[in-house]
Design a protein around this ligand. Structure first.
Ligand code: ZN
Length: 216
C-alpha cells in the first residue's frame, strides 16, 4: 500500500486526474465528456477454455485513456485509480454487470514487479470497485509465480506462450461455487485473461466474468 493512499481524503481536495482542476472530484465534467468519446461499454459472451464467459470492455485504448493508463502504470501515479474508478462506477450498465458477481479478482503481477512499482494497478481499481459496489476483492487467490516478459513487448504468438505456467491458484475454497469477475486494465490478444480463466476454472467457480478497462 502506497503512502499516498493512506492519507485521508479530507486533508486535501480531490483534483481531476486529467487536468488537475480542483473541486469537481477525481474527474471534472469537461474531462469526463472528453473521455466519453472513447467509451465502448460493450458486453460479449464467449466460450473460453470450455467455460461460457461474459466480458465487458469499457473504453478503447486510445487518446486520453491510453495516455492516462500509461501514466498510471509506469509513472508512479497510483492515485489515478480514483479517476479510473469514477469512470467505471458512474456507468449504470457496467455497474449492473459487475454487481451480478460476488467476487472481483485483479490480474496479478509478480511480487518483484509490485515491489518496484509500489502497487498493482489492477488491484487498486478492483479494491475500490469492491468497496463501492459491495463485492469481495481477493488478491490472494490468483497469484503470479514467475516474472515473465511484459506482454506489451511481444507479438501475438509470443504472448500466448509467455503466459503459460505463470499463474497459480491458492485458497481455492474462497471462490468455489461463487460468481467471480476478473479485472484487467488492457486487453490486446486476450492471452493473459484466457490463461487466468483456465486457472480459475480449476476452483469450480459457478460463473466467470471479465471486466476490461481498455481494449487495444
Ligand atoms: Zn479535468
Amino acid at each position: 500500500m502506497n503512502l499516498l493512499e493512506k492519507i485521508p481524503e479530507y486533508i486535501f481536495l480531490p483534483s481531476c486526474g486529467v487536468c488537475k482542476k480542483l473541486g469537481e472530484g477525481y474527474l471534472c465534467n469537461k474531462c469526463g465528456k472528453d473521455i466519453e468519446k472513447y467509451k465502448i461499454e460493450l458486453i460479449e459472451s464467449e466460450k473460453i477454455n470450455g467455460i461460457q464467459v461474459e466480458k465487458i470492455y469499457l473504453f478503447k485504448y486510445l487518446g486520453i485513456i491510453r495516455r492516462k493508463i500509461i501514466e498510471y502504470k509506469f509513472n508512479d501515479k497510483p492515485y489515478l485509480y480514483k479517476m479510473f474508478c469514477k469512470t467505471i462506477i458512474e456507468n449504470k450498465k457496467t455497474c449492473e454487470f459487475i454487481k451480478s458477481y460476488d467476487i472481483i479478482i485483479p490480474v496479478p503481477i509478480y511480487k518483484k514487479r509490485k515491489k518496484s512499482r509500489g502497487y498493482n494497478q489492477s488491484e487498486l481499481i478492483s479494491r475500490e470497485i469492491a468497496k463501492k459496489l459491495n463485492l469481495q476483492m481477493f488478491n490472494n487467490v490468483l497469484i503470479k509465480i514467475s516474472n515473465n516478459e511484459m506482454q506489451s513487448k511481444l507479438n501475438r504468438k509470443q504472448r500466448l506462450k509467455n503466459v503459460k505456467n505463470v499463474y497459480k491458484i491458492i485458497n481455492k475454497e474462497k471462490i468455489t461455487n461463487k460468481d467471480v469477475i476478473i479485472f484487467d486494465d488492457i486487453y490486446t490478444t486476450g492471452s493473459t485473461i484466457n490463461e487466468c480463466i483456465s486457472i480459475l476454472k480449476k476452483a469450480n467457480v459457478n460463473k466467470i466474468g471479465v471486466l476490461i478497462l481498455a481494449k487495444d
